[in-house]
Design a protein around this ligand. Structure first.
Ligand SMILES: Nc1ncnc2c1ncn2[C@@H]1O[C@H](COP(=O)(O)OP(=O)(O)OP(=O)(O)O)[C@@H](O)[C@H]1O
Ligand SMILES: [Mg+2]
Length: 281
């Protein structure tokens, strides 16, 4: 594997509530090389979202506590960065594709207003400046990148005027605004029907490949992982139990747990196609 853009080593995380504590990540190590597509899979409650939140600096202490470990981005340990420096990376170097368009978009502002504001703050964090007209041009550009047929109309719309699939594409556009190197997506499109979700995942895959980004994707859809990921990490109860290149993991899984996840993907006549409904495991 080439040198990693993101590298997690020995991450231990605990949650505490009402005087009781529970360790939810145990010695998690994971690499996302530049330009690669890495999947993180595992049953519900296995620690995927907690891992993603730790990377994005979104774990709140309390209740979450990082006991030990390193999260290196381009060699710098994010856990040791001053908060200001850490914040600067979000939405600039690394971006998160939010999952739930309804709670991530503000109903009372147009898409142009929302994307424009996010871009303004990202520019400010990076010490860049852009005129209102330049910002609008960038907003229209990212809307076109996520294959909106009429970017100007979408920009002028309020969220409620767009379909669920279009809103999810707006969230992808939002993540792309300031040209990050790493995209982190936690179950993108799960609020959508399976066909639209498959289109969204295909779009993400194409964008990442075309723009040379790295993608860390959390998903329950093993069918999609098989089609799109270079490398897969399997988590169970806060532990990475197996990791391997995707082709190897699917052809020769070592752990019973991985076998059971793979077995839960429905096999359709004629084999799996991209876009077929993967099981939620
Ligand atoms: N705010 C919290 N307070 C206490 N425990 C939490 C909190 N958030 C997550 N946990 C616990 O951490 C563990 C891992 O949760 P996590 O959300 O990472 O699972 P997941 O793999 O993302 O599951 P899913 O596939 O359902 O999204 C679970 O046992 C969960 O109960
Ligand atoms: Mg989750």
């Amino acid at each position: 594997m080439s040198e990693s853009l993101l590298s997690i080593r020995g991450l231990n995380v605990q949650f505490s509530a009402y005087g009781r504590s529970q360790q939810v990540l145990h010695d998690v190590s994971l690499d996302v090389p530049a330009h690669s597509q890495v999947a993180l899979v595992g049953e519900s409650g296995s620690g995927k979202t907690v891992t993603m939140k730790a990377i994005m600096g979104l774990l709140r202490d309390p209740p979450a506590r990082i006991l030990s470990g390193e999260i290196r981005y381009e060699g710098r340990d994010l856990l040791k960065l001053p908060p200001r420096e850490r914040k600067k990376l979000n939405g600039t170097e690394m971006s998160m594709v939010f999952q739930d368009p309804m709670s991530s978009l503000n109903p009372v502002f147009t898409i142009a207003d929302q994307l424009g504001t996010i871009l303004k703050y990202a520019d400010r964090r990076l010490g860049r400046s852009r005129s209102g007209r330049e910002r609008m041009a960038r907003v229209l550009e990212v809307l076109a990148q996520v294959r909106m047929r009429d970017p100007e109309r979408v920009a002028a719309s309020y969220p409620v005027m767009l379909s669920g699939g279009m809103r999810q594409r707006v969230l992808i556009a939002m993540a792309l605004l300031s040209e990050p190197k790493l995209l982190i997506a936690d179950e993108p499109g799960t609020a959508l029907d399976v066909t639209t979700q498959a289109q969204i995942l295909k779009l993400l895959k194409d964008l990442v490949a075309d723009r040379g980004l790295a993608l860390l994707m959390i998903t329950h859809n093993l069918g999609v992982v098989r089609e799109t990921s270079d490398y897969v990490y399997v988590m169970n109860k806060g532990v990475v139990v197996e990791h391997a290149p995707a082709a190897e993991l699917f052809s020769a899984p070592r752990e019973d747990y991985t076998r059971s996840l793979i077995a839960a993907v429905p096999r359709l006549t004629g084999g799996m196609r991209f876009g077929s409904a993967g099981a939620r495991v």
